[in-house]
Design a protein around this ligand. Sequence first.
Ligand code: SF4
Length: 308
Amino acid sequence: MTSNYDPVSVLVDPVQAGLPSARLSPTQISQFRKCGLRYWFSYLVGWREPSTPALAAGTIVHDTLEGLYRLPNLDRTFDNAWQIMGNIGKELLAKPDYEHLNRGANLDEVRKRADLALTGYFEMENPLEVEVDLVDLESDVDADFGGVVFHGRLDRRTRNPVDRVTDYKTGKKPNGEQLDDYVQQVMFYAAAINNGSDPGVEEVELLFLPDRQVVRRPVYPAAVTRVIEILHETRQGIDQAYASNTWVAQPSRLCSYCPFKPVCPTQQKNAPQPGSDSSQNTLSQTGLTKKPAPAVVNSDELLPLDMD
Ligand code: SF4
């Protein structure tokens, strides 16, 4: 997808890894397709990817918009949103996993990004005019596609004048493959909802808040078929990789932001085998931490990777 170099199959030591998640979310699918080895480190071994100012701002703005839409219609003002955002931001940045972002340049960056996204949101939409039911806010979406289970959490669904699912993006609108990936991620939700007894979603929407850009796509049969195929391909790919302890590392420009770069065989000549004591110790020494449980079955507890 974002590949610049040939993929490399990497044999891992599975002793400290858990089972693959029984259900797949759009974030997991995207992560696995971009780099299987990074997926393995994050979701099976359970290393937490450290939060960044962009991710923290994304979480703050998503939670703010959810809080805003839970207010009575006439209270959905910018001032109230601003106040909600202040409270949510303080609470989030006080948590141990975000402590490093709660000072200096990092804090300035979180503030700048969150402010820009919230201001952009109010320039794109008037929340007093958006009809949204509480059940359609940050709601769980589950579906079973022929034994392959999907699970995700939807930002928002509105049903009037068009039945539409919306994903907020707190980063700028990309082009090319990255935009296709975002559209695909939101299309999974439409496919999952329409798979059940509620086949109503007609359109998917991405709101790129900082640069006030809207991307909409109709939910047409070929797009739905394609995302279901991707879901099946991903499930099969993960299960095969798990069975063989061999995961595909896909070097790309994203390696620059990958916390596993110090132990990745595509980046380091004498990298230890992923999962070995030596690999694990090196990652600990870089400051990475792990979730307490060895098996990360419910990956939705991990920091979201698609919030920007
Ligand atoms: S450094 Fe690159 S190739 Fe290696 S795990 Fe990270 S994203 Fe994958």
